[in-house]
Design a protein around this ligand. Structure first.
Ligand SMILES: [Zn+2]
Length: 671
């Protein structure tokens, strides 16, 4: 067993410079199986019952699940391992299925950690070291989390040794080989695809739209033009270049013509956008393009932003469009608004709001006017459910007010997400100690090396000792680096907890001071649910108003009120277009125009239009005439020269909401 030699042996041989007992002590020399499973705090063992509570921890990644390697094999190994030890009692099994080995979010592990903190588990057993994680860092972080919660870690196929130096040196090498194995698997498959792409072949994944894979399953599969999809590509190019329509219009046009997507579903803005920016229009596919996905997987980048597993490769494809059409298409496409995807964190209420149809609402960014909304997930179904959308600011503010009132009514200890600051602090302190002792050991090792070089022993003995000491020193430096990373993470966590305590611990908590993702956690832990109280609610005016639709469709902002000069030009223009009776009405046309702009800006209902603008019915009639005659567009052009403007506001009112939570305080009809 190689852990029997190394730095420790030399320290004993040389004598401990401080004279104090080393953290691993002499006992570790007798490291036998008898001592396995001893809790990390030796003084605790006396007080505990002779039987140690053991937990089996298993982790199975998605890939392993597919290969049917998983829980049964791990369960068998751990059960046999526990059985061999008379003083061990298997308390239970915690599993993380389909979880990645390098991420920190593992619900099973978190549950297990809570059990350990409660004192119900003394030892955690894994079938092999790679169950803790598949990178060095992940293995160390997982190990330290378990140890600092208060349990020891044991591994079925590897004797980890005593806590401290012994364990650190023992784990370093296998941890590195776990990571090397993992990256070898990744590189092997990735480099195979790379070679294929460089050869001009198809590296795998679905073919770009407009193409199909030929020679499937054989060597050297390539892409050829798919006649049906190519026809759609040409049609789309025509529509975009000639028509200049919006993405929504294009999608509707395709659906109207009965052309389905490749998967047979109707076209939407989002899936059309993906097709339009795809390779089919450019006559080439780029493998490992840093800014795009490939077959649903992101190209992974290294720190400098280069593809991690190989250079980008351009694969030439048989062209569907002529070169000049490609350029015209690219120019036209740049004009089209693109849907923007925003991370979940920016919409803390996604999944929490329910419309009359019962489906959950999701956050949705309206790219034409930059308004954040929530809309029912049923709106893109074949038959839209017709649930009204909600302005995100409106519903979020209502919920924040509700949450603040609810929190204030709860006694401090009952408030959710109140961090157990002492626990985080305890772990932080334990880990600070670990980092310090690692630092001490690294410093000692350097001294030992110096000392050895000055020894008068035969040179071959010294050389062997130096070699061994260097290897151990390298291992310790690596562990120390991981420990410092973990310290930084724990520190950041403590900082977050501090901010949370400040907000949630206040007499009058203001949940809007939390970050969107923290708000989402809070809303989740309170079990907040928002329902639209008025099942019949519809945005009565806005959705039908053609002028509003025109502004939305052409992305024209609502300009400021006309100045005297501007009005003179508009008046002149109107008189050139209409006969005199158009101007004989008692309506003051300038006031009417100002009223129309006011309504578009504020979303006020026609019947609520202030009197100073004139009779709302007459103003509304005039606006419809101007729009139908194309005069409205001209007026907007005259007014919009300054380039200023506000986005058109579609609704005048918002539906009443009913907000509830798992804590039972109801507050219906807030509006
Ligand atoms: Zn709905």
């Amino acid at each position: 067993m190689w852990r029997g030699c190394g730095l420790r042996t030399f320290l004993l041989f040389m004598g401990d410079p401080s004279g104090a007992p080393t953290p691993w002590g002499l006992a570790s020399l007798e490291g036998t199986d008898m001592q396995q499973g001893t809790a990390p705090h030796a003084e605790d063992t006396d007080r505990r019952s002779p039987a140690l509570a053991v937990a089996a921890y298993m982790r199975v990644s998605t890939a392993e699940q597919k290969r049917r390697y998983g829980v049964p094999a791990q369960a068998e190994a751990t059960r046999a391992f526990v059985k061999q030890r008379a003083t061990w009692r298997l308390e239970g099994t915690w599993e993380d299925l389909g979880e990645s080995g390098s991420t920190t979010s593992r619900p099973g592990l978190n549950e297990l950690l809570a059990e350990i903190v409660e004192g119900r588990v003394d030892v955690v057993v894994v079938s092999s070291l790679d169950r803790l994680g598949r990178t060095e860092a992940a293995i160390w972080h997982c190990l330290w989390q378990i140890e600092d919660a208060g349990a020891a870690v044991e591994c079925c196929d590897l004797d980890l040794g005593e806590p401290g130096l012994d364990k650190w040196l023992t784990i370093d090498r296998p941890a590195r080989s776990v990571e090397a194995d993992y990256s070898r698997i990744v590189t092997r498959t990735q480099s195979g695809r790379q070679l294929k792409a460089v050869d001009g072949g198809w590296p795998g994944g679905p073919a770009p739209y407009g193409y199909r894979i030929s020679g499937k399953g054989a060597f050297g599969s390539t892409l050829e033009v798919d006649p049906t999809e190519a026809a759609v590509v040409r049609l789309l190019a025509d529509l975009v270049i000639e028509g200049g329509s919006t993405l929504m219009d294009l999608a509707e046009e395709l659906n109207r013509r009965g052309i389905p997507t490749r998967s047979g579903k109707p076209w939407t803005r989002a899936n059309l956008h993906r097709r339009l920016k795809g390779a089919a229009f450019l006559g080439e596919a780029v493998f490992r393009r840093p800014d795009q996905q490939w077959g649903g997987h992101c190209t992974r980048l290294d720190d400098s932003g280069q593809p991690l597993y190989g250079e980008s490769v351009v694969i030439p494809l048989p062209a569907i469009l002529a070169a000049d059409r490609i350029h015209a298409f690219q120019r036209a496409l740049a004009e089209l608004a693109r849907p923007r995807r925003t991370p979940l964190g920016e919409y803390p209420l996604t999944g929490r709001v329910h419309g009359p149809c019962g489906r959950p609402y999701v956050g949705c960014f309206r790219s034409n006017d930059g308004v954040r909304t929530y809309r029912c997930s049923g709106w893109q179904q074949n038959v839209s459910c017709g649930c009204p959308y909600l302005r995100a600011d409106y519903v979020e503010e209502q919920v924040a007010r509700y949450v603040n009132v609810l929190l204030a009514s709860m006694p401090l200890p009952d408030r959710p997400m109140m961090p157990l600051s002492s626990e985080v602090q305890t772990r932080l302190n334990l880990h600070v100690e670990r980092v310090r002792s690692l630092e001490r050991l690294v410093a000692q090792g350097a001294e030992e090396l110096d000392g050895l070089r000055r020894q008068t022993l035969p040179s071959s003995v010294v050389a062997a000792a130096v070699r061994q000491l260097r290897a151990d020193q390298g291992a310790l430096v690596r562990v120390l680096a991981h420990a410092r990373d973990w310290l930084e993470e724990l520190d950041a966590q403590a900082g977050r907890d501090g901010r949370l305590s400040a907000v949630l611990g206040a007499t009058a908590p203001d949940s809007q001071d939390l970050s969107p993702s923290e708000q989402r956690h809070l809303i989740e832990s309170l079990g907040v649910r928002v329902d639209i109280a008025d099942r019949e609610f519809r945005y009565r005016e806005g959705t039908k108003c053609l002028t509003m639709q025109w502004h939305e469709g052409t992305a024209t902002p609502v300009p400021p009120d006309p100045t005297d000069t501007q009005w003179a030009r508009i008046d002149e223009f109107l008189r050139s277009r209409y006969r005199p009776h158009h101007f004989r009405s008692p309506l003051d046309l300038r006031a009417a125009l100002t009223g129309m702009l006011h309504r578009l800006r504020t979303g006020v209902l026609w019947r609520d239009l202030p009197e100073r603008f004139g009779d709302p019915r007459k103003v509304r009639f005039r606006q419809r005439t101007w729009l139908a005659d194309g005069v409205w567009a001209e007026i907007m052009k005259l007014l919009g020269e300054g380039g200023e403007g506000t986005p058109v506001l579609i609704h005048g009112a918002a539906p009443a909401l009913s907000i509830r939570s798992a804590y039972g305080v109801d507050r219906a009809g807030i509006s």
